[in-house]
Ligand binder design. Structure first.
Ligand SMILES: [Zn+2]
Length: 149
């Protein structure tokens, strides 16, 4: 076989290969010093990690490390949730604001110029809400008094 790639050698080292593939790599390692060196390197790295993990670390350190990882995961999820809540709030406020403005402007644009002139509203300067409220109030009072001549 040709020289296997790193991933294949990692799987060989981790004993994840099928018995046939494992056999092929083993016979390749006999004739190829380059690949044999790479596997040897993987073994020494693995040994160092094993020693560091289980030799030097006490169980308390492992528990603390585990809690740190869990805490980091939880915090990043919470931060993400916070961001999404904030983004949703902004979208809600903006869409409410836009909807309110659009409704007010539509209500105001429904008022004909002559109607505004009759009730004495300066549409250009009045805020939409006040202008609409004034127009409704004036219109209602006119209708009420008009009913009793
Ligand atoms: Zn090789």
């Amino acid at each position: 076989m040709n020289c296997p790639n790193d991933q294949f050698l990692h799987r060989f080292y981790d004993e994840e290969l099928s018995p046939e593939d494992r056999q092929r790599v083993e016979s390749h390692l006999v004739s190829c010093s380059t690949c044999a060196d790479r596997v040897h390197e993987l073994q020494s790295i693995g040994n160092r990690i094993r020693q560091a993990s289980f030799g030097e670390l006490t169980s308390r350190t492992l528990v603390r490390w585990h809690h740190t990882v869990m805490d980091l995961q939880e915090r990043s999820i919470r931060r993400l949730a916070g961001w999404m809540t904030a983004a949703a709030s902004v979208v809600l406020v903006v869409s409410l604001y836009t909807a309110t403005r659009t409704q007010a402007q539509t209500a105001l644009s429904d008022v004909h110029d002559w109607e505004a002139a009759v009730v004495g509203i300066d549409i250009e300067s009045a805020s939409p809400d006040i202008a609409t409220a004034q127009w409704i109030a004036t219109d209602l009072s006119r209708t009420t008094s008009g009913g009793q001549p």
